[in-house]
Design a binder for this molecule. Structure first.
Ligand code: SAM
Length: 224
């Protein structure tokens, strides 16, 4: 596809290919995840000059040294949360707001936190313009979560750290699920943690590569 002008017909073809090849073709089966990703216009969340690549299956720069995650990884993380629709979800790492929109299509309420104000404000504008009224966009250190609205039925962290921040484990509801990349700065494993009373059962899903989770209970700025 050309760089400059991409037509809505071209975007539709690219989105259908993403759903068929990159998501269903790679094993994504959850109906709500697939429906949400069919619904959300990813081209609205990428940089304008990258709109022709909006449905390619790779992460992409969104400014401030950050990235919008690869569609397959967005789908895998969303599916891993085993959503039914009634949940309240805390997301750490708003980035472009794309993953936020996918969650907001499915669940009752999303609280999303981003540490970089410029990204947060751009994501909030796009989410508002698309009519997502069930999203609260906050700026801050997401490693500390957002206690006033806790507990959360689900927590999704879209940046990696060496361990799951204890503050997030505390704010997860009993029976809830948390998904997060855990490991070194360059390579992590997608962990899914299920809370049962005060026990936390962890499953490792797949290798992944995310930008660092920087904050009080994540990486220090000086460690990277
Ligand atoms: N899910 C996003 C999307 O769909 O565009 C991509 C998120 S990007 C891979 C990770 C984001 O986490 C970055 O925007 C980064 O600034 C943010 N981040 C890193 N540490 C954070 C923290 N402690 N609190 C909140 N956001 C953080």
């Amino acid at each position: 596809m050309r760089n400059e002008v991409v037509t809505s017909a071209e975007l539709l073809v690219a989105k259908q290919r993403m759903l068929r090849v990159d998501l269903r073709g790679r094993g994504i089966r959850d109906r709500l995840t697939l429906q949400a990703m069919a619904q959300v216009p990813r081209e609205r969340f990428v940089l304008e000059e990258m709109q022709h690549e909006a449905y390619a299956d790779n992460a992409m720069a969104i400014g401030s040294g950050q990235t919008i995650s690869q569609p397959y990884m967005v789908a895998l993380m969303t599916e891993a949360l085993e959503l039914a629709g009634s949940e309240r979800v805390l997301e750490i790492g708003t980035g472009s707001g794309y993953q936020t929109a996918v969650l907001a299509e499915i669940v009752r309420e999303v609280v999303t936190i981003e540490r970089i104000p410029e990204l947060s404000s751009r994501a909030a504008d796009v989410l508002r313009s698309l009519g997502y009224a069930n999203v609260t966009v906050l700026v801050g250190d997401g490693t500390l979560g957002h206690p006033p609205a806790s507990p959360y039925d689900r927590i999704l962290v879209t940046a990696g750290a060496e361990r799951v921040p204890p503050a997030l484990l505390e704010q997860l509801a009993d029976g809830g699920l948390l998904a997060m990349p855990v490991g070194g700065a360059d390579c992590q494993r997608l962990h899914v943690v299920r809370r049962k009373d005060d026990r936390y059962l962890t499953t490792g899903l797949t290798a992944c590569r995310f930008v660092p989770l920087i904050g009080e209970q994540g990486w220090g700025d000086d460690e990277l």
